[in-house]
Design a binder for this molecule. Structure first.
Ligand SMILES: [Zn+2]
Ligand SMILES: [Zn+2]
Length: 81
């Protein structure tokens, strides 16, 4: 059942009803909110602690997609090499 004011993680996009799962030993555990803003429905889950500092500083924007940036860096690096 979806919660009212369901929040979305600014790091990975998980939500209250779709928590990300982490393998810990032999068990799978669901993430939890390190910080959550129910008014803006944004949060930082336990898998995204690297986002916590900027969230607490007031940044509620979703993280930029990492993969294309890495690819672009690799292309640049290859061209320079
Ligand atoms: Zn997350
Ligand atoms: Zn999560």
């Amino acid at each position: 059942m979806a919660m009212r004011n369901e929040a979305t993680c600014i790091g990975c996009g998980c939500t209250d009803s779709h928590a990300c799962q982490t393998l810990q030993g032999v068990r799978t555990i669901a993430c939890f909110w390190l910080a959550v803003d129910r008014d803006l429905r944004k949060g930082v889950c336990s898998q995204c602690s690297s986002e916590l500092q900027r969230f607490l500083a007031g940044d509620r924007a979703p993280r930029k997609i990492v993969r294309p940036l890495l690819n672009r860096d690799q292309r640049t690096w290859r061209r320079l090499a």
